[in-house]
Design a protein around this ligand. Structure first.
Ligand SMILES: NC(=O)c1ccc[n+]([C@@H]2O[C@H](COP(=O)([O-])OP(=O)(O)OC[C@H]3O[C@@H](n4cnc5c(N)ncnc54)[C@H](O)[C@@H]3O)[C@@H](O)[C@H]2O)c1
Length: 319
């Protein structure tokens, strides 16, 4: 079904802003719904003033505002979340409110607005510490973080709404996304630490954690390919690169891109960086590849470009 009007929660965020650009390029009218807690108008600079774009400052916990903004939308891309995976240990209510309840609000508003398509940004975190690598979508899911648990609850909500009300629900489990406008995660942590002290770099865990990443442009290409080509009404897709890289290598790439030599790498030890960290993330992407998707940006290129983009943006005013 062709989408004419879409609402994007978290549309001013890192991944959301790329989704917005893609929708506008496809001729879709777009409403960005964002409270600007971790998102920025500058993320939408490339499409500012676009005739088909409107930006609503609002909170997904405000159901009235969400329902108003969703009027006339036939698709909802739910990218808003508390994306602070580590924070759940200290703020035990945040994931429930910002991810699970907010996702229910989005589903309910979509139902009332008559939107037919729901797209949900879930996460590889829902796998916790799986026993199978690469990890396919249908392994048992045992949670190791409140973030993962709240994302899994969000997936379930999407599927139940799809079942009850005949909506289409596409859920995507992203690995860590990197690329232009990247804002949180290991690369940004390393950059901040090195700016504070260019002689040494603390690495959470033993640095041997092995992760798949994915450039956000490949991520968004996967989402839209599934929208166009999937014939399923309710589907879950892994989205990740077939290659992976260990955290020590990420550290070396960051120091190289910053032109720093002789940085002392100081792993804190242990196989996890923190409780809830998955020592290995490598997803089986057979399902989405069957639709014709494959990542085109090599991981090392994406990681290096991410550092350069972060450095460029250090000089920009934050708005
Ligand atoms: N970045 C990743 O590597 C990654 C990996 C897996 C899943 N995800 C998921 O993808 C989605 C996008 O992540 P991101 O990296 O772009 O994060 P982000 O923090 O850049 O974007 C989230 C956006 O949501 C907005 N927001 C937060 N709470 C809000 C609220 N209550 N009401 C309205 N707006 C609110 C923020 O201002 C921000 O613009 C999230 O759902 C995240 O959990 C991200």
């Amino acid at each position: 079904m062709k989408i004419a009007r879409a609402l994007v929660t978290g549309g001013a965020g890192f991944i959301g802003s790329h989704v917005v650009e893609r929708l506008l390029a496809d001729g879709v009218a777009v409403v960005v719904f964002d409270n600007f807690s971790t998102g920025y108008l500058r993320n939408l600079a490339a499409v500012a003033g676009h005739a088909n774009l409107s930006v609503v400052e609002g909170d997904t916990l405000d159901r009235g505002a969400l329902a108003d903004a969703m009027q006339g939308a036939d698709a909802v891309f739910h990218l808003q979340a508390n994306a602070d995976v580590r924070g759940g240990m200290h703020h035990t209510r945040a994931d429930l409110e910002q991810n699970t309840i907010a996702t229910w609000n989005v589903c309910e508003a979509a139902r009332l607005a008559g939107a037919c398509t729901l797209v949900f940004a879930s996460s590889a975190t829902v796998y916790g510490e799986p026993a199978v690598f690469p990890t396919p979508e249908d392994v048992p899911l045992v949670q190791t973080s409140l973030y993962g648990a709240s994302k899994l609850a969000g997936e379930a909500m999407m599927q139940a709404y799809a079942e009850y009300f005949g909506l289409r629900s596409l859920v995507f489990r992203f690995v860590s996304c990197i690329g232009p406008r990247y804002s949180h995660g290991v690369v940004v942590d390393f950059l901040r630490k090195l700016r504070a002290d260019p002689a040494r770099l603390e690495i959470l865990g033993d640095g041997a954690q092995r992760k798949s990443f994915l450039d956000v442009r490949d991520t968004v290409a996967g989402v839209f390919m599934a929208l166009e080509r999937s014939t399923e009404r309710k589907a879950v897709y892994n989205l990740g690169h077939q290659d992976s890289v260990d955290v020590l290598t990420v550290a070396r790439l960051v120091t190289e891109e910053l032109g720093l030599a002789g940085v002392r790498l100081e792993p804190t030890g242990g196989v996890r960086g923190w409780l809830g960290d998955s020592p290995v993330v490598q997803l089986d992407t057979t399902r989405i590849r069957a639709l014709g998707w494959a990542p085109v940006i090599p991981l090392e290129v994406a990681l290096r470009e991410t550092v350069r983009d972060l450095v460029r943006r250090e000089a920009e005013p934050a708005n």
